[in-house]
Ligand binder design. Structure first.
Ligand code: DC
Length: 226
């Protein structure tokens, strides 16, 4: 492959398998994997840690200048840092998911994380996943993919994941959360979740993980040939 910097933007709703697939593809293709959801989760975590209501836009905005969110790589794995503390282990709870969903709708929060994301894609060939990567963060990405699956299939996958982590939740709760977050993410005024006009749509509802990875790899390789 040439030295040209390549960017692959993968957007889609939560639980579509974006991060697992993007990580696997990045490993195979030798690109840096950037999980932008982890950045929004770090802000959500900071908000909760400071006792702020995630829906209180004024309080959330006032917190931003007081915090520092950065990312780094340890053994090839992305880690996220809040004021230099590695918080990667604390950002996957349902509470943080909801806080991230609420605060990510706020323009100052999106602005706060915008440059960090763009900077990564300027320095490295990346596979970046999120909600607005192809539409807002990297509008000139080499390849854009919109990855999705039905809400039921996504809830089932997330439910199994949470159970494996020992968290006590029911499938119905996970499905309800999933639908609420889908609604929030796609109906917000700023950077709503939607496919870029030139994105390739991939629905993985009927696919195993391996099949989904193979399909995505084909899409990326075809686009890189063009
Ligand atoms: O992908 P995830 O579930 O880790 O994302 C957590 C939240 O952050 C989710 O509610 C949507 C939001 N998010 C966003 O608004 N923009 C992104 N680029 C990535 C995530």
């Amino acid at each position: 492959m040439s030295d040209k910097i390549v960017s692959v933007a993968i957007d889609g709703p939560s639980g579509a398998g974006k991060s697992t697939i993007a990580r696997a593809l990045a490993n195979e293709l030798g690109y840096v994997y950037v999980d932008t959801g982890a950045l929004y989760r770090t802000v959500g975590y900071a908000v909760l840690q400071n006792g702020i209501d995630p829906k209180d836009a004024a309080a959330v905005e006032a917190l931003l200048p007081q915090i520092q969110v950065t990312m780094g790589y340890v053994n090839g794995e992305q880690r996220v840092f809040l004021n230099e503390q590695d918080v990667s282990g604390f950002i996957r709870t349902p509470e943080v998911s909801m806080a991230a969903s609420a605060t990510s709708a706020m323009p100052p929060v999106r602005q706060f994380l915008f440059h960090l994301q763009q900077e990564m894609a300027q320095k490295h060939s990346v596979i970046m996943d999120g909600r607005d990567i192809g539409t807002v963060v990297l509008p000139f990405a080499t390849v854009k993919i919109f990855l999705t699956a039905s809400a039921e299939v996504r809830a089932e996958r997330r439910f199994i994941e949470l159970q494996e982590k020992g968290m006590s939740v029911t499938y119905e709760e996970v499905l309800a959360d999933m639908k609420e977050r889908d609604y929030n993410d796609s109906h917000r005024a700023t950077a709503p979740l939607k496919p870029a006009e030139d994105a390739v749509l991939v629905d993985t509802s009927g696919n195993t993980l391996e099949e989904a990875i193979a399909r995505m790899k084909e899409v990326v390789q075809n686009a890189l040939k063009e």
